[in-house]
Every structure is written in C-alpha cells, then in structure tokens.
Design a protein around this ligand. Structure first.
Ligand code: GDP
Ligand code: IMO
Ligand code: MG
Length: 436
C-alpha cells in the first residue's frame, strides 16, 4: 500500500498544485477532500499555466482518475466552467476520469451573498478577508443540516423541497440583517441549478465506493489538500481561518475512507511565509525585503488576485504542522525566490514577554504579542532554477535546507526551484516503497 496525503503547512499557496501535479505521475487516483473554489492551485508545464480551483491537480495526466470527495463544497457553475476551459485546452475531462461525490455540498447563490454581506458589515481588524466564494456559509448550512447536496442537485423533487425549506429564512437574513439588495427567487434558482445538475449528472457517483474499488485493485491514491494547516477551522488562527479541516486527518472523512489507508503525509513548505487575507502573521515583513519577496515570488492570489503578505520562514508554524499532520516528509517550494538576498532569516521560536515559546500558541492575544526569534544565515546569489540535483545547489542553499530539516525534525523529500513541473529536485519519491 502506498497512499500519500499532500497538505499545506502554512497559510495556503505553498505550491501544493505544482507538487500534486508532479506526484500524480506516480499515482492512479487524485482526490480533493475539502475546501472549494477558494483554492487556486497553479500548474506550469513547459511554460503553459493552468489554475485548478476544484478539479484535482492530477487532471493534466491523461491516464489518471480525479475525484472530488464529499468533504468539498462545490459551486456547480464554477465547476462546469472549469471543466469547459480544460476541455477547450485539449484536456480530457470525461465522466469516469473525473468523479464527483454525490454527498458533497452545493454552494448556492445565497451562500456567496451572505459571505459578501458579512464581510461588508465587519470593519477593521474584524474582517476575515474571505475569498467571497460562499465557502463559510455553505459549510455552516452543512453543519446545521440545511445544506443541499449534489445528490439533491440531480434530483429535481428533492432539490425543490430543500430549496423551499430554506429560501424564506435566507431572504429574511439577507434583507433584514445584512441589508442586502439581493432577493432570492426560488424559480430562477431552481431552473439554473437543475440545469447545472443535468450537466454534472454523468460525473456524480459514490466516490467512497470508487476509492475502495481502487484500493482493492492496489491503485495508488494521492490526496490533495487545499488551503493550509494554519487556515484549518480547528488548528488554525481562528477566526482568521477557512471553514473546513485542511489537515491530513480530513483526507479520511472528506473522501470516505478510514485512517488505516493513509501511509504518508507530505507537507508543502514555502521557503518563506505568505498569507492572503487578514490574521496574525508573526514573521511578516512590512519593509523593502517583504516587497522584494512579494515581487520576485509574484505573490498574488491565484483565486482573488489579492497581493499576498510576505515574511520570513516560520519554523514554529511548520513544526506545528509536522505534529498536527504527522508529516513524514516535506517539499520545500519557491527556494529560487530567496536567491539574491544577502542574509536570510529563519524564525526558530517566539519571544512572549520574558518567555521563549517554541510551540505555536492557540491564543490569538498571545500570538499577537509574540516577537519572532531569528537565526540569520548567509544568502546565495546564484540562480538555482536550473538545478536538478541537490549537489548542484550552492552551499548556502544547502545549509538553509539542512537548517529547515533540523528545526522541523522532518526530511525534505522534494525541492522546488521554479514554477514549472521540471524545475524540481526529487530527493525521495513519497510513493516509493519503504526500504527497511
Ligand atoms: P497552491 O495553492 O498551494 O497550489 O499554490 P498557488 O498555486 O496558489 O501559489 C503558488 C505559486 O507559486 C504559483 O504561481 C506557482 O506557479 C508558483 N510556484 C510553485 N513552485 C514554485 C517555485 O519553486 N518557484 C517559483 N518561483 N514559483 C513557484
Ligand atoms: P489554496 O488551496 C490562501 C483564506 C482567505 C481568507 C480565509 C477564509 O490556494 O492554498 P474563505 O473564502 O475560505 O472563507 O476565506 O482563508 N484562503 C486562502 N488563502 N490559499 C487558499 O487556498 C485559501 N483559501 C482560503 O484568504 O483569509
Ligand atoms: Mg493557491
């Protein structure tokens, strides 16, 4: 058995898409298990860029099966557009090759309006800076048992019943509380969404059963996390988080398998830290170095186009991810972006009042008062994007990587030195069988 979960260790946008695309070569089935089109996973192959929001990042490999699990939330219009635009670029996205869980929840128009309306009402530091895609309100309805699932979207009677059960409440909330001008019209929503249901019907299946069939046939599974560990609803910087469990454990409940099926967990670590949206960020750089990293790393959100906040690598954050996800290996990405800096800093702990903290604090009040403790290392001036072996890296780059391994007590298995699939150093294939 060799199944791998890929998750982000920081606040998202670590380069999960690139690594999933790369590892998909060794896998048979690639499964998204949480989140929705708040995600933007970028793949670059021979200079051509693709951004996957919902469809798993294995889709560019023609012989792989891509699955969207029950733990995700799906905006059907967006999903259909994504299928169409991939097809327009010559990618096969046929039913059977893409499977959608019948129990994933549907993002409805009111979820998006509520998301926008709530953000509009919040001011200053209270704003979360959501992607506005209706993610939180959709998960909220799932939890209070008022959600509409894909299985309802393809069943007109059930869809009409579920919609009519919530529509008055949603209209009341939108107009009376959020003071929104949007008025929901059941009939037009029904027509529009049942139309989406018809288009998606051939893709809809019991993903858990399909995965079990794969496991029986000894297929290799690759689980693709979205967002990052510190955006996790339980383990992140709550309330500045997304509304799902982004961590490795959710690969089980979000896909419909048990924990005995997971072998390895690969954490994606950007060589520095970024965050898009609001919330604490201890190593944030609000100076010229931060701007330089932002520009060189082209740090703009793949979903909303927002400028990403940038800062030094925080190994308190990465260590927290190692524990929460039981990481067996790391992939360090965007290492090339740090090239040309005279000195590089890496955060090893936090100073809180007179104490040195090495575990990520759960209290936001404490976190906001923490100052990063840095170790400074000499940078490298060479362009490393052409390196394909560890030994081709400059000594200072190697030292930086060794420092990350030491501070996180986790082996680095993959090093990414550029956005393209081929700009990668593969030290250890996470799908390789155990040697001992
Ligand atoms: P994801 O959400 O974790 O999949 O990451 P995003 O795709 O949102 O953001 C990562 C960005 O960095 C994308 O534009 C990638 O093409 C790019 N990228 C990934 N790895 C590297 C790398 O090693 N070097 C550079 N320069 N860019 C990279
Ligand atoms: P990928 O998969 C980075 C952030 C938003 C906001 C918070 C809540 O590309 O790494 P939401 O719309 O989910 O309710 O917003 O979470 N966020 C992400 N940040 N990468 C992502 O996904 C994100 N998905 C959500 O910016 O701060
Ligand atoms: Mg992204």
């Amino acid at each position: 058995m060799s199944n791998v979960v890929v998750i982000g260790t920081q606040w998202g946008d670590e380069g999960k898409g690139k690594i999933v695309d790369l590892l998909a070569e060794s896998a048979d089935m690639i499964v998204r298990f949480q989140g929705g089109n708040n995600a933007g996973h970028t793949l670059v192959i021979e200079g051509k860029q693709f951004i996957c929001h919902l469809i798993p990042s294995g889709i560019l490999h023609p012989d792989k099966t891509c699955m969207i699990g029950n733990g995700t939330v799906l905006d059907p219009g967006v999903l259909i557009d994504e299928i169409t635009s991939l097809k327009d670029r010559g990618i096969s996205v046929e039913p059977g090759r893409l499977m959608i869980s019948e129990t994933a929840h549907v993002i409805m128009p009111y979820h998006k309006w509520i998301d926008h309306g709530r953000e509009r009402l919040l001011s200053g530091d209270a704003k979360i800076g959501t992607t506005g895609r209706g993610i939180g309100p959709c998960y909220e309805d799932k939890i209070v048992r008022k959600g509409i699932r894909i299985i309802d979207l393809i069943d007109p009677e059930s869809f009409a019943e579920k919609l009519s059960a919530v529509i008055d409440e949603k209209n009341f909330y939108l107009s009376e509380y959020l003071k929104s001008d949007e008025v929901l019209d059941s009939k037009s929503i029904r027509e529009e969404y049942l139309g989406y249901g018809e288009k998606l019907r051939p893709y809809v299946t019991n993903v858990s059963v399909a995965i079990r069939e794969g496991i029986r046939k000894k297929k290799k599974l690759l689980f693709e996390g979205a967002q990052g560990t510190h955006l996790d609803i339980d383990h992140g910087t709550y309330p500045y988080v997304t509304s799902s469990n982004t961590t490795a454990g959710n690969a089980c409940s979000g896909a419909g398998i048990g924990p005995t099926q997971l072998d390895r967990t690969l954490g994606i670590v950007k060589a520095y830290t970024t965050r898009v949206g609001a919330g604490p960020f201890c190593t944030e750089l609000l100076d010229a170095t931060g701007d330089r990293i932002q520009e060189k790393g082209a740090e703009f959100g793949a979903t909303t186009g927002r400028r990403r906040r940038c800062g030094w690598l925080d190994t308190v954050v990465v260590r927290n991810s190692v524990r929460i996800n039981s990481l067996t290996g790391l992939a360090v990405t965007k290492l090339d972006v740090l090239g040309g800096l005279k000195q590089i800093r890496v955060c090893t702990g936090y100073r809180y009042k007179n104490d040195l903290i090495t575990e990520f604090p759960n209290s936001l009040r404490v976190l906001k008062e923490c100052d990063p403790v840095y170790e400074e290392m000499p940078g490298w001036q060479e362009d490393i994007t052409g390196a394909r072996e560890f030994d081709e890296l400059p000594e200072n780059t190697k030292d930086y990587l060794k420092k990350i391994e030491d501070l996180t007590e986790t082996p680095i298995q993959i090093i990414s030195v550029g956005p393209d699939r081929k700009e990668t150093i593969l030290l250890e294939d996470p799908f390789a069988p155990e040697t001992d």
